[in-house]
Each structure stands twice: as structure tokens, then as C-alpha cells.
Ligand binder design. Structure first.
Ligand SMILES: *Cc1c(COP(=O)(O)O)cnc(C)c1O
Length: 400
């Protein structure tokens, strides 16, 4: 097969090593490129296309909204904001929502809440506890909170006020905060996504909750990737039966339309006063319609149960097939957030899978990441495994 010529974009900033295809349209879990080639989408735009592509209930709702009102500024009431906030409050048990446009913005708002709490308490140097291997975004504050030296590189000095601790280690956390009187929050992902699909243990979530209660800190969770039904519950922390004080959402919330949200409970919801925070685009009528319809369709079509059921099936099938290969170190995940860890770096798999008609990602150098849409069927999960297995076998047969 002849390789297509590399796509050139001399006027776009060089920030991504991209797969050499351009996608044109999609339907469900399928997408087609500008050459008409079909792909199975096991990535969903990195956990964004919750409802797959061109969902028959979402498309007419967005068309209607675009024809009515796309944007109007937060100078005015946006009725959709209260409707989406009510749903998020109902599903999370928290109390208030601030809308923004992306994951980093949701995390930035969470970090500002923690700073505001510290300032209100009269702290000179308020601190937030964050974890090794975390990923929280690319703004200066969120990249500083991120636990990956590659993401820090080139952007020093970092924003101060973070204490970094090992993930899933309550004793390590307690030790790191000894002699730190101005801690205001603990902030981490319930399942580390970019870090390689590493779930926080149930026990750890409960221990951090208890510690935050004891010391009057905020428990702040980054559910930008693992939230919005991906694990089979609305929010991944719900598997531990706990509630955070602050939760950041984005990726899957608008099924592809950019929407972020920070959801807060009583300990944090009142910290921002008029003038403390804002955004031009955040919570605009189009974004709110996308989020409202996404939330509605997840309920109506019982996609939480689907994510849990098909996710378990997919994990089992992956363990039975890929898991049997010597080079596969681990197959792990929850619901439709799954990582297959190899014993070697495997970024080359991204292009090789695409060449074979399968869209995946590789994170933390050696972890194949699967994030299919919540509408995936068992038959589609089987197809995913059937397509992935020979791609991985081929890759492993290549000289290192
Ligand atoms: C993707 C991601 C972010 C950043 O979201 P953006 O929308 O890219 O800013 C933050 N946290 C986690 C856990 C993510 O997966």
C-alpha cells in the first residue's frame, strides 16, 4: 500500500505530532477521512464525543439552537445555565456550578477557589496538594499543578503554591504536609488519564476525604476525563461513595461542543463573589444546549449502565486476547476508560492503528488508551478488540 503524502500546515503552530489523516465526517463510532477511508473511533476525540458522531438526537437540537441564539454574553441571564447546573447538582449532590470552556479552565477555577479560601483565611502562602504523574492542563497554573516534568519544561518559573505527593499514598501525603500550616486543598484525578490510566484506589479516596474533613481542606477532584458517565457512574468518585468539595468537568460534557464546569459543594460554592471570576464564552446558549442534551440523552438511553456493561465486556475481551501476549504488562480501567500497558514505548502504534482503520491513543509512552463513545455496543466492543489485536501483534513483531 502506498503511503499518502504528509499533510502540510505551514501556518498552524507546531504543537502536535499529528496522525497523517484529516477527518471529514462521522456517524456513531465510525469516522471517515477526506479521502473517504473509514475508521473505527476508539478515542472519541479524547473522551469528548460522549454520544459518538452525529447523534440523531443531538444534531437537531444543536441545529435548532444555532438558528435561535449561539452567544449573548454573561451580562445577561442564560436560562440553559440553570438547567444544566440543576442536572449537575442533582447527579453530584453538590450545590453550585461555574461554566467555562475547557478542562484547564475548570481546573483553573478550582485552583482559584482554593487560593480564595486561603486569602480569606489570611494565609500568606496558601498551598494545594497535587500528585505525581497528574495532568491538569496547559495554562501556567494548571501546568504547574501537573506532575510531568516534560510539561513543565520551557515554562519556568512555575506558579508556586503546590506540594507534590505520590499518588494513592495517604501516608506519603500526610508526611509531605507536616509543618505546612497553610494547606487549603488536595487536588487530583480520580483516574489519572494522561498519566497512563491509573485509578485512585477506593480506600485512598475515602482516606483523603476523611483527612480533608479533619483538617478543613477542600477535596478537589479533576474529573475532566473520567467524569460524565465514562466509568459507568456519572462521576468516577461515586464508586467510592464519597463527595468532593469541588469537581472539574469538561471533555465529555458537551459531546464535542466545548463546555467546562466547576461544580462545588457548600464549603466552596460561596467563595467567589461578583468580580472574582468570569469568562466571555463560558456557559453560552449553544454550549448549554449541548450539555443539556448530552445529560438528557445519557439518562434517556441509559448510557451509564451501557458504559458499565460494555466496559466490563471490553476489559474481559482485552484481557483474554491482548492480555495473553508476553509484551502486555497490564490491562486496566473502569467502564469505557481503559489502558493496555506494554513493556515498551509504543507511540508508533497510533499511526499504525490509523493505517489499519482504528483510532486510538498512546499515553505515558507505553499505554494504549481506549475511550470509546458511551453508545458503544458489545458487538462494536468485539470489533474494536478484533481490529486492535493484529495491529499490536504486528507492532510487537517489528524490530525494536
Ligand atoms: C484533558 C484534561 C485536562 C485539560 O483539558 P483541556 O480541555 O485540554 O484544557 C485536564 N485534566 C484532565 C484530567 C484531562 O484529561
Amino acid at each position: 500500500m502506498s503511503q499518502p503524502a504528509p499533510l502540510a500546515e505551514p501556518h498552524v503552530m507546531n504543537t502536535y505530532g499529528r496522525v497523517n489523516i484529516a477527518l471529514a465526517h462521522g456517524k456513531g463510532l465510525r469516522v471517515w477521512d477526506t479521502q473517504g477511508r473509514e475508521y473505527f473511533d476508539a478515542l472519541s476525540g479524547i473522551a469528548v464525543n460522549t454520544l459518538g458522531h452525529a447523534h440523531p438526537k443531538l444534531v437537531p437540537a444543536l441545529q435548532e439552537q444555532v438558528a435561535q441564539l449561539i452567544h449573548c454574553s454573561n451580562y445577561y441571564h442564560v436560562p440553559g445555565q440553570e438547567l444544566v447546573a440543576q442536572k449537575l447538582v442533582q447527579h453530584s449532590g453538590l450545590s453550585n456550578v461555574f461554566f467555562c470552556n475547557s478542562g484547564l479552565e475548570a481546573n483553573e477555577a478550582a485552583l482559584k477557589l482554593a487560593r480564595k479560601l486561603g486569602n480569606d483565611r489570611g494565609y500568606k502562602h496558601p498551598k494545594v496538594v497535587v500528585c505525581e504523574h497528574a495532568f491538569h492542563g496547559r495554562s501556567l497554573a494548571t501546568l504547574s499543578a501537573t506532575g510531568n516534568p516534560k510539561i513543565h519544561a520551557g515554562f519556568f518559573p512555575l506558579v508556586e503554591g503546590f506540594i507534590r505527593v505520590p499518588f494513592n499514598d495517604i501516608e506519603g501525603l500526610k508526611k509531605a504536609v507536616e509543618g505546612e500550616p497553610e494547606v487549603t486543598a488536595v487536588f487530583f484525578e480520580v483516574i489519572q488519564g494522561e498519566g497512563g490510566i491509573h485509578p485512585a484506589r477506593i480506600e485512598y479516596l475515602q482516606q483523603v476525604r476523611a483527612l480533608c474533613d479533619e483538617r478543613d481542606w477542600l477535596m478537589m477532584l479533576d474529573e475532566v476525563q473520567c467524569g460524565m458517565g465514562r466509568t459507568g457512574k456519572w462521576f468516577a468518585h461515586q464508586w467510592a461513595g464519597i463527595q468532593p468539595d469541588v469537581m472539574a468537568l469538561a471533555k465529555g460534557l458537551g459531546s464535542g461542543v466545548p463546555v467546562g464546569a466547576v461544580v462545588a459543594g457548600p464549603k466552596a460554592a460561596g467563595l467567589f463573589q461578583p468580580g472574582n471570576h468570569g469568562t466571555t464564552f463560558g456557559g453560552n446558549p449553544l454550549a448549554m444546549r449541548a450539555a443539556l442534551e448530552t445529560l438528557r440523552i445519557i439518562e434517556e438511553d441509559q448510557l451509564l449502565a451501557n458504559a458499565q456493561r460494555v466496559g466490563e465486556h471490553l476489559l474481559q475481551r482485552l484481557r483474554a486476547t491482548l492480555g495473553a501476549l508476553d509484551a502486555v504488562v497490564d490491562v486496566r480501567g473502569q467502564g469505557l476508560m481503559i489502558g493496555v500497558e506494554l513493556d515498551r514505548p509504543c507511540a508508533a502504534l497510533i499511526q499504525q492503528a490509523a493505517d489499519a482503520g482504528l483510532l486510538i491513543s498512546v499515553t505515558a509512552e507505553r499505554v494504549i488508551r481506549l475511550l470509546p463513545a458511551l453508545i458503544i455496543t458489545e458487538a462494536e466492543a468485539d470489533e474494536l478488540v478484533q481490529r486492535l489485536l493484529p495491529v499490536v501483534q504486528n507492532f510487537l513483531a517489528q524490530p525494536r
